[in-house]
Design a protein around this ligand. Structure first.
Ligand SMILES: NC(=O)c1ccc[n+]([C@@H]2O[C@H](COP(=O)([O-])OP(=O)(O)OC[C@H]3O[C@@H](n4cnc5c(N)ncnc54)[C@H](O)[C@@H]3O)[C@@H](O)[C@H]2O)c1
Length: 330
C-alpha cells in the first residue's frame, strides 16, 4: 500500500532524519532509502509508547545499507556532527498527541521546542546551505483547523503551542540567518504503525478484542484523515523540491466523523463495536479538513488513498500485530 519508488539518479541526497523509530518517520525512512537517498537517523526512544514497538518500526530501515542509526536525545546530545553530515534535515522527532501535553509539559517543551532550536543553531553554525523540512501539525490552528495556511494559528493545547513555537523558531532562523526551510503541517495521519494512543488505533484494537469504545463528545467531530503513505509522499516531494521558505498544509481529501470511522471498522472486521459516550476532552479539534491547494500546486502532490482502503490497511496491520503477540512475539 505504501508507495515505494525506484531509485532515481542524480537527485539523491544525504539526509538527517529525526524520529525514525516513530510511526510516520519509520515509513518515511524506508521510502527515502528506496528512492536512493542516504539517511542518517537519530531517535532516543522516548517512553511515550513502548520501545519494542519503536524497534519494530525501525527494523526495515535498519536492514538497509544506506541507513545509519544513532541513538541519542536531541535535547542534550551534540547535534553538530549529525548536521555536518547532512544536506537536508527532515525533522519529525517530537512529543506528539495533545492529551499528555497537559500533564507532561516539560517533555513537550524539550522535545518540540529545545530540540528544534538546537538543530537550527547547529545549522546556522555549520552553514553550507543545509536546509530543513520541518514537520508541524494542524494542531497549531486550534479547535477549528479547516481551510488554508492563512488561517490565524490559535493552538488550544500545550502540544499545539510547542509545535507553533518550533515553527516560529524555524521562521526566525530563516529570516535572520537565511537557514533554508520548508514547514509542513500534517493533518491526522493514520495507517499501519499508527501510534497506540491515536483514535483509530484504539478503536480498531477495542473492536478486535471485543472491548467497549469510549467516544468523547457526540462523535460527530470530523477529520480529513491522511493516509501515512500520502503524507510520506508529500514529505519526499518537499525534500526533493528544495527550500520554499513557506508553510504547507498536508492532509487527505476526505472527511469522516468518529462514528463514521467506527462504522467503517465494523464493516472491515465484521464485528460490532459497543460504544459509550463521554464528555469532549480539553483541546480537541472539532473539525479539521486541510485546504492543500498550495502543496498540490508547489510540489505536484495529491493524496491518493481514500479512507476505506487506508483503514483496511491499518486494520490488516493491527490484526497481524495481535496475532503476533498472541503467538508469543514481543
Ligand atoms: N501522527 C499524526 O497524526 C501527526 C499529525 C500532525 C503532525 N504530526 C507530527 O509528525 C511527527 C511524527 O509524529 P508521529 O505520530 O510519527 O510520532 P511518534 O511519537 O511515533 O514519533 C516521534 C519519534 O521521535 C522520537 N523523539 C521524540 N523526542 C526526541 C528527542 N528529544 N530526541 C530524539 N528522538 C526523539 C521518539 O522516540 C519517536 O520515535 C511529529 O513531529 C508530530 O508532531 C503527527
Amino acid at each position: 500500500m505504501l508507495e515505494s519508488a525506484r531509485p532515481k539518479e542524480n537527485v539523491t541526497a544525504s539526509l538527517l532524519l529525526t524520529g525514525p523509530a516513530g510511526f510516520i518517520a519509520s515509513h518515511l525512512a524506508e521510502r527515502l532509502l528506496a528512492d536512493g537517498h542516504t539517511v542518517l537517523g537519530v531517535d532516543c526512544f522516548t517512553d511515550y509508547y513502548p520501545r519494542p514497538v519503536k524497534e519494530r518500526n525501525l527494523a526495515g530501515a535498519l536492514a538497509h545499507p544506506a541507513f545509519t542509526f544513532v541513538e541519542g536525545d536531541l535535547r542534550t546530545m551534540d547535534v553538530r556532527p549529525l548536521v555536518e553530515q547532512a544536506e537536508c534535515i527532515v525533522h519529525l522527532a517530537a512529543m506528539g498527541g495533545l492529551l499528555q501535553s497537559w500533564t507532561a509539559f516539560e517533555a513537550y517543551q524539550g522535545c518540540n521546542i529545545l530540540a528544534t532550536q538546537r538543530l537550527l543553531e547547529a545549522m546556522r553554525q555549520v552553514g553550507g546551505g543545509r536546509r530543513i523540512v520541518h514537520i508541524s501539525t494542524s494542531s497549531v490552528y486550534g479547535r477549528e483547523s479547516s481551510g488554508g495556511e492563512a488561517r490565524v494559528p490559535a493552538p488550544d493545547s500545550p502540544y499545539g503551542v510547542t509545535k507553533l513555537a518550533a515553527e516560529h523558531l524555524v521562521q526566525a532562523y530563516h529570516r535572520n540567518f537565511d537557514v533554508p526551510m520548508t514547514i509542513l503541517r500534517y493533518f491526522s495521519i493514520y495507517g499501519p504503525r499508527q501510534r497506540p494512543d491515536m483514535g483509530y488505533h484504539i478503536f480498531i484494537d477495542r473492536v478486535l478484542r471485543g472491548e467497549g469504545i469510549t467516544v468523547f463528545g457526540d462523535g460527530r467531530q470530523t477529520r480529513g484523515n491522511t493516509f501515512v503513505g500520502d503524507c510520506v509522499d508529500a514529505t519526499v516531494k518537499a525534500v526533493e523540491h528544495g527550500p520554499t521558505g513557506d508553510v504547507f498544509n498536508i492532509g487527505g481529501g476526505e472527511t469522516i466523523s468518529a462514528i463514521g470511522a467506527i462504522e467503517l471498522i465494523e464493516a472491515l472486521t465484521g464485528r460490532r463495536a459497543s460504544i459509550v459516550h463521554a464528555p469532549a476532552r480539553p483541546g480537541e479539534q472539532s473539525h479539521a479538513l486541510a485546504d492543500t491547494s498550495k502543496a498540490r500546486a508547489t510540489f505536484g502532490w495529491v493524496p491518493r488513498v481514500g479512507i476505506r482502503d487506508g483503514m483496511a490497511a491499518q486494520v490488516a496491520w493491527q490484526i497481524a500485530e495481535l496475532e503476533r503477540t498472541a503467538s508469543g512475539g514481543a
